[in-house]
Ligand binder design. Structure first.
Ligand code: HEM
Length: 520
């Protein structure tokens, strides 16, 4: 665009026609009727009619920012190449551009950012080897370990299909029949379930991945983001309600204003590494996403840091249309056999083809900032032919001897895990659903435990007694004190006459919870 053009502020339509009247549609006489050839009006209004795309089925409410990742070149005291050949990590000081989207999970696009909910922490690294997405949450574990349960879990957590009200009874109905969720519920109902904002929280890849070196040898890794410049901060229920009464977008605002004011948030990326085997010495399965890897036994090893220093220029184009997925790995990074991870990996790009469109990877926010040359063509909204500059345009297939694309030369040996097992539908053997929940309960500070019990009692007291009983059993299995305190709290709530059992009263209590009033 030359200078003269860039200073031309004339309004046009998308055909480049200058618009001289943007106030009045064309009518027969000043009071109408209107004519059908109102091209400018029809174009403008029909585009407006299509401004929204489907929102994400989960994690609809989000905020994003651009920045960079800077590698340390080492993992602990060892060269990172011992474990992975991924190029972005190798060289100390090497910078890779990133885009991060933070989010809440359950509710829609404009829901309050103060709700008790995991927070999403999804990072897109635009590496020289193509994109890597690390699609994580603030909490380090998850509710379930089998992806087949995900749609049911989300249905139970989202609003009731009849009343359109979120109802804790539905959520605890699912959770009380899914004992593996006890650990996650323990975090979620503690102050860790409401981070103060997006800057002052941790992030975690949750699932177990692999790192692969030049020889094709793999280790198991977990990824964690630790805030560097900003302290970790969570909110009590009461603090969250006070914020929510005045501001339903406090986390978006906090992130935007911090970056606009030059106070750039930073996180260190740490990995936990263990050998790629079943680890029979552990009392849990290292591929189970409901479990923590104890950080004293498996230390957090820093591999680089991330700085977010640029706000989006357009929320829709960047934050809303951003598409992250767990399948998006670069050479040197690999999947583990974690079932949840494998289930996720299908789901993300599947939903994005529906949510954003077939050619979602051609949008600037999703396109790699490196060489892209495919034989994929056409489809809705295709606007680039991603062919190599020297590619024969007639050859949109491979193999070919007529100047088509060639397969890449492998950068190292392929990691080739071997399997000798039956095809089954079975739970993992080391489920151990309660031990770590108890450890986490005991590690909390007193005020965190007090909050946890109060929040659980508040949410559970409107549930059917059978659900309460199952939940108390699970908490007792985790720690007898945990179960006793929830049971006592529920008994007290009943004595106080706060136990409400009719359907309408439950819906009412749920509504009150959402509007920020405590029901106790
Ligand atoms: C978003 C599926 C578990 C973190 C999504 C979306 C789907 C999905 C369909 C919407 C994506 C989009 O429209 O672009 C699943 C399935 C899971 C699962 C099937 C389990 C079987 C998890 C876990 C985590 C997680 C364990 C945390 C580690 C996220 C994040 C987003 C997201 C952060 C938002 C990404 C963004 O900002 O665009 N998930 N998810 N999900 N999920 Fe999951």
């Amino acid at each position: 665009m030359d200078k003269e053009q860039s200073q031309d502020m004339t309004l046009t339509n998308r055909q480049g026609h200058p618009i001289s009247d943007n106030q009045n549609i064309r009518t027969i006489g000043s009071s109408g009727p209107s004519t059908l050839e109102n091209y400018h009006y029809i174009e403008k209004i029909s585009h407006f009619d299509r401004e929204r795309i489907p929102e994400r089925v989960v994690h609809a409410r989000g905020a994003g920012a651009h920045g960079y990742f800077e590698a340390y070149g080492k993992v602990g005291n060892e060269p990172v190449s011992t474990y992975t050949r991924a190029k972005l990590f190798q060289e100390q000081g090497k910078r890779t551009p990133v885009f991060v989207r933070f989010s809440t999970v359950v509710h829609g696009g404009h829901s309050p950012e103060t709700l008790r909910d995991p927070r999403g922490f999804a990072t897109k690294f635009y590496t020289e080897d193509g994109n890597w997405d690390l699609v994580g949450n603030n909490l380090k574990i998850f509710f379930i370990r089998d992806p087949l349960k995900f749609p049911d879990m989300v249905h139970a957590f989202k609003p009731d299909p009849v009343t359109n009200l979120q109802n804790p009874e539905r959520m605890f109905d699912f959770v009380s029949n899914s004992p593996e969720a006890t650990h996650m519920i323990t975090f979620l109902f503690s102050p860790w379930g409401i981070p103060a904002n997006y800057r002052q929280m941790q992030g975690s890849g949750v699932n177990t991945y692999k790192w692969v070196n030049k020889e094709g040898a793999a280790v198991l890794v977990k990824y964690h983001w630790e805030p560097i410049r900003q302290a970790i901060k969570n909110l009590t229920q009461q603090e969250a309600e006070a914020i929510q009464a005045k501001n339903t977008s406090h986390a978006t605002q906090d992130l935007y204003e911090a970056i606009a004011g030059g106070d750039y948030p930073e996180w260190e990326l740490c990995v936990q590494i263990i050998s790629d085997d079943e680890h029979p010495e552990l009392d849990f399965d290292p591929l189970d996403p409901t479990k923590l890897w104890d950080h004293e036994q498996f230390p957090f090893l820093p591999v680089g840091k991330m700085v977010l220093n640029q706000n989006p220029e357009n929320y829709f184009a960047e934050v809303e249309q951003a598409a992250f997925g767990t399948g998006v790995l670069v050479d040197g990074l690999d999947f583990s056999d974690d079932k949840l991870l494998q289930g996720r990996t299908f789901s993300y790009s599947d939903t994005q083809r529906h949510r954003v469109g077939t050619n979602y990877l051609q949008l600037p926010i999703n396109a790699p900032k490196t060489h892209v040359a495919t034989n994929q063509r056409d489809g809705q909204m295709a606007f680039v032919v991603d062919r190599a500059p020297g590619q024969n345009p007639h050859v949109n297939y491979e193999p070919s001897s007529l100047g088509g694309l060639q397969e890449a030369v492998p950068s190292g040996k392929e990691h080739q895990p071997a399997y000798n097992a039956k095809l089954v539908r079975e739970k993992i053997s080391r489920t151990n659903d309660f031990k770590q929940a108890g450890d986490t309960y005991r590690k909390f500070e007193d005020w965190e435990r007090d909050e946890l019990i109060a929040n659980l009692v508040d949410a559970l007291k409107i549930s059917d007694p059978i659900i309460q009983k199952k939940m108390i059993e699970h908490f007792t299995m985790a720690d007898p004190d945990y179960g006793r305190r929830v049971a006592e709290g529920l008994a007290q709530a009943q004595v106080d006459g706060k136990h409400i059992s009719s359907d309408s009263a439950r819906a009412g209590a749920s509504l009150a919870d959402q509007s920020g009033q405590r029901t106790d």
